[in-house]
Design a protein around this ligand. Structure first.
Ligand code: ARG
Ligand code: ZN
Length: 865
C-alpha cells in the first residue's frame, strides 16, 4: 500500500486505489437498528444477518464508536474472539452464516463534523454518504453491500417527529416522557442511503399518483415558522415525479416520500431512500426571502435528489470511484428537467458558465482528476465539479450522439439490466451501447483522463471548387502521474452561415442546417461541397463537448455570430469567445461593442432573460484559470474594469431607456418575470457604473419598492458597491427586516463579502459579527465563497492567511468544509512574484498543523503544484 504522507506530519492516511477493488467477504441480508437518543449520549444496537460471499475475515467498519457489547449468534463474544482497532471490528473465525449484534455509544450532541448522526439546531439528523454510517454503528459500510433495514428510534417526547426510511409500522410511548417509532424499508439499500431524524417539526403534506396507479404520500418537514416556504419544493417534487415517468419511464416505488430541511449541512441535499435530507437553502423558498437564483436552485435540487431514486438508489455504485456514475447521470437528468423551468438556451448558458468557471478551473490546477478517479485519500474530497458536471457532460455527449429515441432505448436497457445492483461506469456504457445498438465504448477514456481538451482549427474556402474545408485537431494536456493522453471522441455540432444574408446554409438535401462532426483523432479534415460563398462557421453549438475552443476566427466573424446565430446559447457563446480574446489576448473591444450595441436591444425586447445573460462578462476567477504563470490579479482587474466601463459608456442610452421600460410589477414565478428582474438588475448595475444620472436614486427606490428578494438585493448591491450615501442605512434596514431569516442573513453577509473593493479588514470584521457561526456551513460559505470572487484581496498575504486560518480551525471541527475552503488557494503557483512566494509561505504554514484526511490530502495536493 502506498501511503500519502504529509512529510512533517504525524497523521498518515492511506491512498486507496480503484485497481485494488475486492468484492465484499460477507453480505448482509437484514439489519435491525435500535437507536435510543438521549441528551448526553445515543445508544445504538444493531443486529446483522450475515452470509459469507468470499473467503476472508468478517470485518465491520466503525469510527468514533464506543463498543459496549458484541454478540455472535446470540452469545456474548469474549475479547479473544474479536479484534478491535481505530477503524475496524473483526470477528475471528466467523461461520458462513451468522448473526452479529453490537451495542455502541455515540455522541451526536458533540458531532460538529456533520457526518453520521448529528444535531443541527434543535434536531437530530444524519448524513451518511459516503462513509458516515460507520459513525453510527459497526457495519460493512461500502456501497456494494445492500441490506433490508428495520429501524426503531426512541427519544424524549420533546422530539415528537421520529423518522427513518420506509414505512412506519409501529409507534408508542416508553414510560411517561419517551416515545418510539419503528420503520421498515422494504427495498435493499447500501448503508450510505440510511437516514433518520428526531425533532419537533411541522409538515406540509400532498400526494402523487404514479403512472402505475400507486398513491404516494409526500411530506416536507421543517421548523414551524418556515412551513409556508415549502410550497415551491412540493410543486417541484410533483413535477419531477411526472417528468421522470414521461422522459425515462421511471415511476416511484415506495408509499411515501419525505423531505426534511436542516440548517447545518455540508452539501446541498442527500437522496436517502424515501427520506431526503436537505440543506434549508435547497428547500425553503419565498419571494420575500429568496432570490430567483435560489428559488430555481430549490427546484433543480429537489429534482436532482428525486431522480437519484433510480440513478443512485435502485441502481447504485459498486465503489466510490464510480461516484460520477450516479452523480453525472443525475446532474444530466436534473439539467434536462430544468429545461422545462426556463428557456433551454438560458439553461444551457447557466450550466456551461458554471462548468467553465468551476470545472475547467479545477481541471487546470493541482486538484485536477478524471471524472472517475483511480485513487484517493479521502473520498469526501471528490464531490467535485469534475465528478458532477464533467460527469454530466459525458452522458450528454453520448445522448447527443444517440438522439432522443436511441438514448431512451439505452437507458431502458440500463434500468432493465441493473435494477437492484451496485454497478460501474462500464455497466452504463455497456447498457447504452447494447440498448441503442450504437457502440459507445470509445467514450470510456473520457472517464479516466483528466484535463480539458483543446480543439483548434481553421476553415478554408475555395471559391473555384465551391468547397469549404474545415480542419480540426484536439490536444489534451498531459498531467503528472497519468499516461500520455489518447484522442477522445469529441462531438462538434456546427452550422455554416451565409455572410451576406445572415442565414444558416442548408447542409443536405433534407434541409438540415446543423450537423454533428465526430472528431475522434488528433487531427481531421471535414469537407463541405457546393458552398456558394465564403461561410462563417458556428462551432460547438450547444456546447456539444466540454472542451476549450481555439479556432482562428476573425473577431468580426464572432461579432457576426453574436448577431445572427439562431440559437440563444450559440449567440452567448460567440460573445464569450470574443470577450475571452479581449480579456486574455488583449484584442480590441470594438467588434464586440458594436455587435452588443445592435444585438442587446433586440434581444432585450423579445427575451429579457437571455439579454441578461448576454451581459455576462467572464469573472476574474475564470480569467485567472486561463493564466498559467505570472498572473497579476491587479492587472486582470484593471483590464476587466476597462472593458466593463467601455460597455457601460457605449450603451449609456440603452440603460436609461431600458430601466424605465422595466417597472416593478407584482411577483410571478415564471421564466418571463425572472427575465425582467434579471435584466433590470443587470441594467441597473451598468447604469450605476456608467454614472447615469439618478442610477443610485433608482437603486434606492427599487430597494424600497421591491416586491421580492431579487429586486431588493439587486438594488442593495449597487448601493453598497458604489458607496451610495444611504448604503449603510439600507444594509441596516435589510438586517433588521430579515433578522430571523437565516438564509436572508446569509445573503446579507454574502453581499458584503463579494463587494469588489472589500478589504481584508472588512472581511475579518464580517467574520467577527455575532451572527457569524462556524457550525453553520451556509454562514461560513456566505463569506468564504463570496470573498473568493475578489482575487485582488484574496491573493495577498493577509487574504491567503484568512483562508488558511479557517482551514486550520475547521480541520478538527468540520474537515469536509475546511478542505473546501483551502481549495480556494489551489492556483497560488500561477501568481507573479513576489506574491507567489509570499502566498506559498502562508500555505506552508499549515504544514504539521492539520490532521484530518480531507485537509491533509488537499494541502498535499496544493503543495505539490
Ligand atoms: N449525493 C448527494 C447529492 O445529491 C451529495 C452528498 C455528498 N455528501 C458529502 N458528504 N460529500 O449530490
Ligand atoms: Zn447527487
Amino acid at each position: 500500500m502506498n501511503i500519502a504522507v504529509n512529510p512533517d506530519d504525524h497523521a498518515v492516511h492511506p491512498t486507496i486505489y480503484l485497481k485494488d477493488y475486492q468484492p465484499p467477504v460477507f453480505g448482509v441480508s437484514t439489519i435491525d437498528l435500535d437507536i435510543r437518543i438521549h441528551e448526553t449520549e445515543t445508544l445504538v444496537v444493531s443486529t446483522l444477518e450475515m452470509q459469507r460471499l468470499h473467503a476472508g475475515e468478517l470485518v465491520l467498519l466503525g469510527r468514533d464508536l464506543e463498543l459496549l457489547n458484541v454478540q455472535l449468534n446470540g452469545s456474548d463474544l469474549a475479547p479473544s474472539s474479536y479484534s478491535l482497532d481505530k477503524e475496524t471490528l473483526t470477528i475471528l473465525n466467523a461461520p458462513d452464516q451468522c448473526t452479529v449484534k453490537t451495542e455502541v455509544r455515540i455522541h451526536p450532541e458533540n458531532n460538529t463534523q456533520l457526518e453520521g448522526l448529528y444535531k443541527s439546531g434543535g434536531m437530530y439528523c444524519t448524513q451518511n454518504e459516503p462513509e458516515g454510517f460507520r459513525k453510527i454503528t459497526f457495519f460493512p459500510d461500502r456501497p456494494d453491500v445492500l441490506a433490508v433495514y428495520t429501524t426503531r428510534l426512541e427519544a424524549d417526547n420533546q422530539y415528537p417527529t421520529l423518522l427513518a426510511n420506509g414505512n412506519l409500522i409501529e409507534a408508542g410511548q416508553v414510560g411517561g416522557d419517551r416515545h418510539y417509532t419503528i420503520w421498515q424499508d422494504p427495498t435493499k439499500k447500501p448503508s450510505y442511503l440510511f437516514a433518520c431524524v428526531a425533532g419537533d417539526l411541522a409538515v406540509l403534506k400532498d400526494s402523487f399518483t404514479t403512472m402505475e396507479g400507486k398513491p404516494v404520500a409526500l411530506e416536507i418537514y421543517t421548523e414551524e415558522k418556515d412551513i409556508e416556504k415549502c410550497h415551491v419544493a412540493m410543486q417541484a417534487l410533483k413535477d419531477s415525479m411526472l417528468w421522470d415517468e414521461e422522459h425515462y419511464g421511471r415511476a416511484y416505488d415506495l408509499d411515501n416520500y419525505m423531505i426534511v430541511a436542516v440548517s447545518q449541512f455540508n452539501m446541498g441535499a442527500m437522496e436517502n431512500k424515501g427520506l431526503n435530507i436537505f440543506n434549508t437553502s435547497c428547500v425553503l423558498s419565498s419571494p420575500e426571502t429568496s432570490t430567483d437564483a435560489s428559488n430555481f436552485y430549490v427546484k433543480s435540487t429537489i429534482a436532482h435528489e428525486y431522480f437519484h431514486n433510480w440513478t443512485g438508489n435502485r441502481i447504485t455504485c459498486r465503489d466510490w470511484f464510480q461516484l460520477c456514475l450516479k452523480e453525472g447521470f443525475t446532474v444530466f437528468r436534473d439539467q434536462s428537467f430544468s429545461d422545462t423551468l426556463q428557456s433551454p438556451a438560458v439553461q444551457r448558458i447557466d450550466d456551461v458558465s458554471s462548468l467553465k468557471s468551476a470545472q475547467f478551473a479545477e481541471d487546470a490546477g493541482p486538484l485536477s482528476h478524471p471524472p472517475r478517479p483511480d485513487h484517493f485519500v479521502e473520498i469526501n474530497n471528490f464531490y467535485t465539479a469534475t465528478v458532477y458536471d464533467k460527469g454530466a457532460e459525458i452522458v450528454r455527449m453520448m445522448a447527443t450522439l444517440l438522439g432522443e429515441e436511441n438514448f431512451r432505448l439505452g437507458t431502458d436497457e440500463y434500468f432493465r439490466r441493473h435494477d437492484g445492483e451496485a454497478v460501474t461506469v462500464e455497466d452504463l456504457i455497456g447498457s447504452l451501447s447494447d440498448g441503442s445498438g450504437t457502440d459507445l465504448w470509445n467514450f470510456l477514456p473520457w472517464y479516466s483522463q483528466p484535463g480539458t481538451p483543446v480543439v483548434t482549427g481553421q476553415g478554408i474556402y475555395d471559391a473555384e471548387t465551391r468547397r469549404y474545408t474545415l480542419t480540426l485537431s484536439q490536444s489534451i494536456p498531459k498531467k503528472p502521474n497519468y499516461p500520455a493522453p489518447q484522442p477522445l471522441p469529441i462531438p462538434v455540432k456546427i452550422a455554416l452561415f451565409n455572410q451576406q444574408t445572415g442565414q444558416p446554409l442548408l447542409l443536405d438535401a433534407q434541409g438540415e442546417t446543423e450537423t454533428v462532426l465526430m472528431l475522434n483523432q488528433s487531427k481531421q479534415v471535414f469537407v463541405f461541397e457546393h458552398i456558394s460563398s465564403q461561410p462563417i462557421v458556428s462551432l460547438l453549438r450547444d456546447f456539444s463537448a466540454p472542451v476549450l475552443l481555439n479556432f482562428d476566427y476573425q473577431d468580426q466573424e464572432l461579432a457576426f455570430l453574436m448577431q445572427y446565430e439562431t440559437n440563444g446559447f450559440n449567440q452567448w457563446q460567440a460573445a464569450q469567445q470574443l470577450l475571452e480574446r479581449i480579456l486574455l489576448q488583449g484584442h480590441d473591444a470594438s467588434a464586440y461593442l458594436e455587435a452588443l450595441l445592435v444585438t442587446l436591444p433586440k434581444v432585450a425586447s423579445v427575451d429579457p432573460l437571455l439579454a441578461s445573460r448576454l451581459l455576462d462578462i467572464p469573472t476574474e476567477t475564470f480569467i485567472a484559470s486561463r493564466i498559467d504563470s505570472n498572473y497579476d490579479p491587479v492587472a486582470v482587474r484593471s483590464t476587466r474594469e476597462t472593458l466593463m466601463n467601455a460597455i457601460a459608456a457605449e450603451l449609456k442610452d440603452f440603460w436609461s431607456a431600458s430601466y424605465a421600460a422595466l417597472p416593478i410589477v407584482p411577483y410571478a414565478d415564471t421564466s418571463e418575470a425572472m427575465g425582467q428582474r434579471a435584466l433590470r438588475n443587470a441594467v441597473l448595475a451598468f447604469a450605476s457604473r456608467a454614472g447615469v444620472a439618478d442610477a443610485l436614486t433608482h437603486a434606492s427606490q427599487q430597494y424600497d419598492a421591491a416586491v421580492c428578494m431579487t429586486e431588493r438585493l439587486g438594488a442593495l448591491r449597487q448601493l453598497v458597491n458604489y458607496d451610495a450615501v444611504d448604503h449603510d442605512a439600507k444594509l441596516a434596514d435589510f438586517y433588521q427586516r430579515f433578522e430571523n431569516e437565516a438564509l436572508a442573513i446569509d445573503l446579507w453577509f454574502g453581499l458584503q463579502a463579494s463587494k469588489p473593493n472589500a478589504t481584508i479588514g472588512e472581511i475579518t470584521r464580517l467574520s467577527q459579527h455575532p451572527q457569524f457561526d462556524l457550525n453553520t456551513p451556509n454562514r461560513v460559505r456566505s463569506i468564504t465563497g463570496n470573498f473568493a470572487t475578489n482575487p485582488v484581496a484574496v491573493w495577498t498575504t493577509e487574504g491567503a492567511q484568512f483562508y488558511v486560518n479557517l482551514a486550520k480551525t475547521l480541520d478538527a471541527k468540520n474537515p469536509i468544509l475546511g478542505s473546501r475552503i483551502l481549495q480556494v488557494l489551489s492556483r497560488w503557483y500561477t501568481l507573479k512574484e513576489p506574491l507567489r512566494t509570499q502566498v506559498k509561505a502562508v500555505i506552508d504554514g499549515l504544514q504539521g498543523q492539520v490532521t484530518s484526511s480531507s485537509v491533509v490530502e488537499t494541502l498535499a495536493n496544493l503543495q505539490k503544484a
